[in-house]
Design a protein around this ligand. Structure first.
Ligand code: UDX
Length: 436
């Protein structure tokens, strides 16, 4: 089957490469000539473990190609995926659908055969209806159906998540749409991945509801962590103890500095906008968004407290280990590190940082931070060390060397990757999350 993927960003490129790996004939399309040129040269526009090898082997097998020419790219495709960005619109937090609508218009104008148009971008409820209207308005004579097929992959684990999903959600309004989608995902049925066929609107809402629920779970355990610190309990045990209840589940109950990334912050905001539009408030999600926003700066203040409070902190130096919103990505979008560094800089603290993949992206966003070549270079002369992202490289630091290089052995572990007893035995003052 020929598949066209319009938009070669995170979701488009990973999905396109995986579909090709299933044996489909895939064309990835993007307006950005430099991105397409780079892909032709085998250079990935994003950092994602395993993606370069997957792209290379499928290009070599002749199943995956790249173009900026939408008309040529969609010709003959039975499924045309729209996987362009839906960022938060500046000013009001609504999802910006201008890219989705522009692609729909262009697809309508160039449609050369019957096809299913699939929105993979995260789009608010009702977008499928609008895409259908736009394509119909182009006057195409070909049969088409508009289907919603949200993507649940996580950055850093994208290929595994795509190939072995917990579920595939397909929102289709007619049999033509369902039939083509069954064909698209047939290799996954063979892996016995469950598939949920539903209406287009339900499918669109499922994506937002899933992300909002996960963001809620994280925010819940983060607040429990704060309470643990006050009452003398251990959040790791509380998390384990509640997670063993099958109704709750153990995943996404790891307390930390607050969620970031390209999805949770933007999708929770967009869900609130939809709720507002329909006059049906989701107050839990409102609280989650507010609580998570204020948590990031609070983590900066936690580091300041570890330095002895604002007066003692002024003029001191902090080493930040990890800048990206989570490990195994170079993505800095809404990373807690940004607010933490800002809070420290506002308090007159100088900040040095190291991240295995994110420093290039971080530099323009965090001009006040000195970027270093290694964790140890950042730690040299520091009055406190804060672990912000749980990269594996920080799990086994040479604590003896850290102690020698730092001015003071103060470790603030915002991801709870160390055992309090071990670090204290190594001579450190240790602060972590939700462990009294
Ligand atoms: C998320 C969803 O998981 C995915 O299904 C969706 O398609 C896109 O959004 P992603 O943003 O790549 O994926 O990262 P994820 O691993 O979900 O982490 C999001 C944030 O939550 C990170 O900042 C992470 O550090 C934080 N997090 C996650 C926690 O603080 N605690 C947890 O227990 C889990």
């Amino acid at each position: 089957m020929k598949i066209a993927m319009v938009g070669s960003g995170y979701v488009g490129l990973v999905s396109g490469a995986c579909f090709a790996d299933f044996g489909h004939d895939v064309v990835c399309i993007d307006k950005d000539q430099s991105k397409i040129d780079a892909l032709h040269a085998g250079v990935m526009p994003i950092y994602e473990p395993g993606l370069d090898a997957l792209v290379e082997s499928n290009v070599r097998a002749g199943r995956l190609s790249f173009t900026t020419d939408l008309a040529a790219g969609i010709a003959g495709a039975a499924a045309i995926f729209i996987a362009v960005g839906t960022p938060s619109r500046r000013g009001d937090g609504h999802a910006d659908l201008s890219f989705v609508h522009a692609v729909a218009k262009e697809v309508g104008e160039h449609l050369a055969n019957d096809a299913v148009i699939v929105t993979k971008s995260t789009v608010p409820v009702g977008t499928g209806d609008e895409v259908e209207r736009i394509i119909a308005a182009s006057g195409t004579a070909h049969r088409f159906a508009v289907v919603s097929n949200p993507e649940f992959l996580r950055e850093g684990a994208a290929i595994g998540d795509f190939k072995r999903p917990d579920r595939i959600v397909i929102g289709a309004e007619d049999e033509f749409g369902r039939e083509i989608m069954r064909e698209v995902y047939r290799p996954l049925f063979l892996n016995e991945s469950p598939i949920l066929f539903t209406s287009r609107r339900s499918s669109e809402l499922i994506k937002y509801a899933a992300n909002a629920f996960l963001a809620t779970k994280i925010t819940f355990i983060n607040e429990m962590a704060d309470l643990c610190e006050k009452v003398g309990a251990d959040v790791q045990d509380v998390s384990r103890g509640i997670g063993m209840d099958g109704r709750i589940g153990s995943k996404f109950l790891h307390a930390g500095p607050g969620y970031g990334g390209s999805c949770f912050p933007k999708d929770t905001l967009a869900l609130l906008k939809t709720a507002e539009d329909y006059d049906s408030p989701v107050r839990i999600v409102e609280a989650v968004v507010k609580t998570n926003d204020s948590r990031k700066r609070a983590m900066g203040r936690k580091v300041i407290e570890a330095l002895g409070g604002s007066d003692a902190a002024r003029g001191r130096k902090v080493a930040l280990l990890g800048l990206t919103f989570k490990p195994n990505t170079d993505d800095m979008r809404d990373s807690p590190a940004i607010a933490i560094a800002q809070t420290l800089a506002d308090a007159g603290v100088s900040v040095a940082a190291y991240d295995p993949e994110g420093m290039e992206q971080a530099r323009p966003i965090m001009p006040e931070v000195a970027m270093c070549d290694s964790p140890y270079a950042a730690i040299e002369g520091a009055d406190a060390i804060a672990i912000v992202t749980e990269w594996d490289a920080f799990r086994a630091l040479d604590l003896g060397r850290v102690k020698e290089l730092a001015k003071a052995p103060v470790l603030v572990d915002l991801r709870n990757i160390y055992q309090p007893d071990d670090v204290r035995a190594a001579g450190f003052t240790y602060h972590s999350i939700g462990r009294a």
